[in-house]
Structure formats: structure tokens, C-alpha cells
Ligand binder design. Structure first.
Ligand SMILES: CC(=O)N[C@H](C=O)[C@@H](O)[C@H](O)[C@H](O)COP(=O)(O)O
Length: 223
């Protein structure tokens, strides 16, 4: 296993993302958030967009998992080979890519995209279901992640917290390939449960770095 990935075993990765139109959507802001997460103990940062990747890479010492989201439907997480290479050029140590079988804008399959990138970067496969996990393992990715569970129409139901059942199933087939748990880890108990269910590492975004959502949770609890 790559030493960078080995360094993440049992650790917390923090996803620092602000969405289109949000007040915090600025690379400098995201770099400040990422640096705060690093000081709090994040072993790596996951982030979106070329400007954010570059700004964060310039601030933190820990590895950066980069992705480039384009669009909202179909394959939007690093949808093409060009997007992946741009993430590498921006400074990503690992590139996260949608591992579903849905059509991609450049016509390449997931496996063809992974093959083209071999030797250029480490690849994290964002999976939505077990078919994706099998596809990712066959393609020879470096990391499998539960990122897209609950977000693909007609796919797995969206669980309230992390999809631990999916995580367990993925861990059971992944062999030596690390499986990250990502998506809806909202509490420290969720984090512990994901590690106990076999996650190699966990990725937490919203609950740490998205104050708009967190404020909404609190406001909703008393409103
Ligand atoms: C589905 C999708 O597009 N997920 C994105 C992937 O990068 C992000 O919007 C999430 O914030 C990230 O996966 C972390 O998850 P959570 O914010 O639930 O801790």
C-alpha cells in the first residue's frame, strides 16, 4: 500500500467544500477552514475545485484529496479524464472520481479513466452501491469510498447517518484495498461506528465545515 494512504489508517479526513452561491465559497476561506481542520487533527483534507485545491495545498502539510465538481446531475464528481488531470496539476495528492457506471461527458468509462491515470496519481473511487465497489476494485483503484450512497437516483436509500450496511459489505469484498466511510457522518458516535464497522478512514464534511447546515440543525431542533 502507498505510504500516503497507509498514513490515513484509522484517521479523520475533513472535507472542506462550499457550494455555488454560498458566502464561504472562496479559495482563501476554504484554505483557512482546511488549516483549522488540520490543527484540529485532520489527517488529510478533501476539497473541490482547482482554485480551492491549490489554495489548500499551499496552506496545509497533510495530503490533499482533490476533486472537481461540474454540474449537479449524472456524473459530477471529476467527470472526465481532463478534470482529473487538472486536479493533479492543481496539487492533489489523491484524486476522487465518481465510480458509477453512468455515462461521462468525454465518453470514457470509469475503468478507462482509471487506466489512463495509472501512475499519475492515487485514485479514490466515490461509490454509490456494491456494483460500483466491484467496478472500482476491478479497475485497480487505490481507495474505495461510500461517498455517493444515497445520492444516485434509483440507488441505495439515503440513510440518516452513514450507510454502515454498505460500508460493511464493501469492506467484506475489498481485500487489501482501503474502504473509506464518507457521507452523513454527523456525530462523533457516527464516526466511531464507522471505524468499528471496518472503515479504513472516515471523511467528514458538513458536520465540521458547513456552518449553514449546522446552524440549520440547531435552529430546527428548537424551532
Ligand atoms: C454526494 C456528494 O456530492 N458529496 C460531496 C463529495 O465530495 C460532498 O458534498 C460531501 O460534503 C462529502 O462527501 C462529505 O459528506 P458529508 O458532508 O455528508 O459529511
Amino acid at each position: 500500500m502507498d505510504t500516503l494512504i497507509a498514513s490515513l489508517q484509522g484517521k479523520l479526513i475533513v472535507s472542506c467544500q462550499a457550494y455555488v452561491g454560498e458566502p464561504m465559497r472562496h479559495p482563501e476561506t476554504m484554505a483557512q477552514v482546511a488549516l483549522s481542520a488540520e490543527r484540529g487533527g485532520a489527517a488529510a483534507i478533501r476539497c473541490q475545485g482547482l482554485a480551492d485545491i491549490a489554495a489548500i495545498k499551499g496552506q496545509v502539510e497533510v495530503p490533499v484529496i482533490g476533486l472537481w465538481k461540474e454540474g449537479h446531475e449524472g456524473v459530477y464528481i471529476t467527470p472526465t479524464l481532463r478534470h482529473a488531470r487538472a486536479c493533479i496539476a492543481a496539487g492533489s495528492d489523491v484524486v476522487a472520481i465518481d465510480a458509477t457506471s453512468r455515462p461521462r461527458p468525454d465518453g470514457r468509462t470509469f475503468a478507462e479513466t482509471v487506466e489512463a491515470l495509472r501512475g499519475e496519481t492515487l485514485i479514490m473511487a466515490d461509490c454509490s452501491c456494491m456494483d460500483d465497489v466491484h467496478r472500482a476494485l476491478e479497475a485497480g483503484v487505490d481507495i474505495v469510498s461510500t461517498t455517493l450512497a444515497g445520492y444516485v437516483p434509483g440507488g441505495r436509500a439515503k440513510t440518516d447517518g452513514p450507510d454502515l450496511e454498505f460500508l460493511r459489505e464493501a469492506v467484506a469484498v475489498a481485500g487489501d484495498t482501503p474502504v473509506f466511510c464518507e457521507g452523513r457522518i454527523h456525530t462523533t458516535a457516527d464516526a466511531r461506528a464507522a471505524i468499528d464497522a471496518g472503515a479504513f478512514a472516515i471523511v467528514v464534511g458538513t458536520a465540521i465545515t458547513h456552518p449553514q447546515s449546522i446552524t440549520g440543525w440547531f435552529a430546527g431542533a428548537i424551532g
